[in-house]
Ligand binder design. Structure first.
Ligand code: MD3
Ligand code: FE
Length: 203
């Protein structure tokens, strides 16, 4: 079922459940080719979320800034191809919310362990902000926080659990958002981790 969070953002509860095993197997094979990395922000802080990517472009951060690039900074190899299942799932979710021409070229894979968090931020490194972002949550649940267009705007909390898919676009596209520190737990399919796939049209 669908829950509207605010204009432009909707949660499709359980929309990825039918593909849970295949999604997790794909994440494992991507991570074998491109291991998860704890990257540093341009300000020099180590992120608590480990990241890898698949697709034509991947999101990276280092002392020079945030950007999308076609190769891994460690190996200089192209990111693994985006599995058809990933692209199809993201396109179908976007379409359900009214974004009919969304074709992602980048998939950032975030891995949270207990205590890992993502501070309030905007996603604005993509060229065409008329395209939405689709996120898929797998494994341990997280409390997602979203605010307004200014960092100081008041925030709302929403629980994202295994299999939830969220589409963010339109008026919600530049809202500040983040993830509160992950609570420890054990998920039957992912153990102590939460994975989040975010699909973007970067270029
Ligand atoms: C709201 N990831 O990688 S996904 C990120 O759960 C990121 O790992 C979070 O924020 C995670 O940048 C949240 C949900 C999400 C993604 C994109 C958004 C929410 C958004 C873009 C605009 C507004
Ligand atoms: Fe984000």
């Amino acid at each position: 079922w669908r829950e509207d969070l605010c204009p432009g953002a909707a949660v499709l509860r359980g929309a990825a459940l039918a593909d849970e095993s295949e999604l997790l197997r794909a994440i494992e094979s991507i991570a074998r080719l491109m291991p998860f990395q704890y990257r540093a922000t341009p300000g020099g802080y180590a992120m608590s979320v480990a990241m890898t990517n698949c697709g034509e472009l991947g999101w990276v951060t280092d002392s020079r800034g945030y950007r999308y690039q076609a190769t891994s900074p460690e190996s200089h190899h192209p990111w693994p191809a985006m599995p058809d299942l990933f692209r199809t799932l993201a396109m179908r979710a976007a379409r359900e919310v009214g974004f009919n021409d969304f074709v992602p070229d980048a998939c950032l894979i975030n891995r949270y362990q207990p205590g890992a968090k993502m501070s309030l931020h905007q996603d604005k490194d993509e060229v065409d902000l008329a395209q939405p972002i689709v996120s898929v949550s797998l494994g341990l649940p997280a409390i997602f926080q979203f605010g307004g267009l200014e960092r100081s705007d008041k925030t709302q909390r929403v629980n994202l659990t295994h299999g939830d898919v969220v589409v963010w676009g339109g008026a919600a596209r530049l809202r500040y958002h983040g993830v509160l520190p992950l609570k420890a737990g054990e998920h039957p399919l992912t153990g102590q981790y939460r994975f989040n796939l975010t699909f973007r049209k970067a270029r």
